[in-house]
Design a protein around this ligand. Structure first.
Ligand code: FAD
Ligand code: MLT
Ligand code: ZN
Length: 482
């Protein structure tokens, strides 16, 4: 962090009083009103340990009605609120900036229903992604999204960030898979949009406003989501390419040859591999050192047919010189050890010290250029890593230094945003804006669009209590008090 995050508490928000605490205890019961310092110190800091707030209060409602009572009260008292799910967000959105009341969905984790013909799951927002996936596994289905944080992130947080992840290339965005939501507005109104229909063209699709809204409009309390069948034949290849151009060719080849069974196309560069090998225990590179690595997963229903397809794709790509090396996972253990390399990068970065994290959408031919340019800019002062969801045109550009350093930061920003904007990319492909990029939205959206967003925010949250200082430029966020 650095100068970009220096901001002041909006003193038109009230400060928490003893009466407020008493009121919350009355409506929620003692146990759901948490002032314990250890619990609060965890909830005040984000997963990267980069963003820290100083909230004195964490509330754990057990149902929608309790959420409604909380928000209604906070709104009337001008108490600022930060919704929190699994607190795995990577842009500082899930923790307070100052003394905002933390409203956690962790105690709202019931599965409400599952239809095993349509594959539609309805559950509460606090359900953990991995638990939902295990529940579905027993029914022969799976969640349409998967990410490294699956053991802690919650479906409400996933929807609020419109999380992408490792299966996006196959199953697409939550904007398509989420069929309905129940939300609570800042004034306490419960809005039931919990549809379970694939098709429904009746009026504005309001749930879309909440998908990716990062807690700026209200709290998502229930989710209805379309889940695909869990197919039995999964194959994984760990491949090596000499240069980025070969990775691009490999992607086209994979789309052509693997088409309907392709379920992941991920890449990492050698700097990412080196960092994982140095910081994570028990991880080894299954291939000789190489410039780029690509993970290709196929998912289908015919084991011998799928394997054959992947093998012939592999041989063909070797013959054409696109691939320099590669191995197919022989069993589940080997497959998970391959995934561990890719999914472990974020953790390795965190262990390595300070990290400047960028999550960019870029046209595929230019996607790796920014990594190379950044390396030239920073020289020996930092490690520059490129990895991500290549199949979706999503680069994770990460800069690792032993400690946070303003001179490094000033070489990175605004350069990285200007470069992305110039190449018609997005400054946030999947992580969202949060606190980190609230003031940077104009690099990816027109001024007219940003103003319209601010009007929508004002309509839903006229007092500005929901996740203040984040998501939209601070200059546009309304000051509520007379
Ligand atoms: P939190 O972090 O708690 O919150 C995220 C945001 O949503 C905050 O602004 C919060 O205020 C808001 N929010 C949370 N719950 C609600 C709710 N019920 N109603 C309203 N607002 C709410 N992201 C990807 O897109 N793809 C990846 O591949 C990916 N991999 C990751 C891997 C690791 C190891 C980690 C740590 C993170 C990764 N992420 C990834 C980041 C991603 O945004 C989150 O992991 C996840 O979607 C957030 O869920 P959460 O429950 O932790 O939400
Ligand atoms: C990933 O794809 O690994 C996640 O988005 C986390 C990260 O960007 O580090
Ligand atoms: Zn990602």
């Amino acid at each position: 962090g650095s100068s970009a995050y220096e901001l002041h508490r909006n003193d038109s928000f009230s400060k928490l009083s003893l009466e407020d605490i008493d009121y919350f205890k009355k409506i929620l019961g003692e146990k759901s009103v948490i002032q314990d310092e250890d619990v609060l110190s965890t909830a005040n800091v984000d997963w990267m340990r980069k963003y820290k707030g100083s909230s004195q209060l964490l509330l754990k409602p057990r149902n929608t009605n309790e959420v409604s009572k909380i928000l209604k009260y906070c709104n009337s008292r001008y108490l600022a609120v930060v919704p929190q799910g699994g607190n795995t967000g990577l842009v500082g959105g899930s923790v307070p900036v100052f003394d905002e009341v933390i409203v956690s969905t962790s105690s709202m984790n019931n599965i409400i229903g599952f239809d095993n013909v349509s594959g539609i799951l309805v559950c509460e927002a606090g359900c953990i992604l991995e638990k939902l996936d295990s529940f579905l596994a027993e029914k022969g289905f799976m969640m349409p999204l998967d990410l490294g944080a699956k053991g802690s992130c919650q479906i409400g947080g996933n929807v609020s960030t419109n999380a992408g992840g490792l299966r996006f290339v196959r199953y697409g965005s939550l904007r398509g898979n989420v069929l309905g939501l129940e939300v609570v507005l800042p004034n306490g109104t419960i809005v039931d949009m919990l549809g379970t229909l694939r098709k429904d063209n009746t009026g504005y699709d309001l749930k879309q406003l909440f998908i990716g809204s990062e807690g700026s409009l209200g709290i998502i309390t229930k989710v209805s989501i379309l889940t695909p069948l869990r197919l039995s034949s999964i194959n994984l290849a760990f491949l090596a390419c000499n240069d980025y151009l070969s990775c691009q060719k490999l992607l086209l080849e994979a789309k052509t040859k693997l088409g309907e069974v392709l379920s992941a196309f991920e890449f990492l560069d050698c700097e990412s591999m080196e960092l994982v090998l140095s910081y994570l225990d028990g991880v080894r590179n299954p291939l000789p050192p190489s410039n780029f690595y690509v993970l290709i997963e196929t998912t289908g229903s015919n084991e011998s047919h799928d394997k054959e397809k992947l093998e012939s794709f592999f041989l063909h790509s070797m013959e054409r010189g696109i691939l320099s090396d590669g191995v197919m996972a022989q069993d589940m253990n080997q497959a998970s050890s391959f995934w561990q390399i890719r999914e472990g990068i974020a953790e390795a970065l965190m262990k390595a010290g300070a990290v400047y994290k960028y999550d960019l959408s870029l046209p595929i031919e230019n996607l790796y250029k920014i990594v190379e340019e950044m390396r030239k800019r920073l020289g020996e002062s930092a490690k520059v890593l490129g990895y991500g969801h290549l199949g979706d045109g999503n680069l994770h550009l990460n800069i690792s230094t032993p400690v946070y350093d303003d001179t490094v930061f000033e070489l990175i920003e605004p350069f990285v945003y200007e470069w992305t904007s110039k190449h018609r990319g997005s400054i946030s492909a999947e992580h969202g804006l949060g606190l980190m990029k609230a003031n940077e939205i104009h690099y990816s959206k027109s001024s007219e669009a940003v103003h319209l967003m601010a009007s929508i925010k004002g309509l839903f949250d006229p007092n500005g209590i929901m996740n203040p200082y984040k998501f939209l430029p601070r200059s546009l966020l309304s000051q509520h008090k007379e």
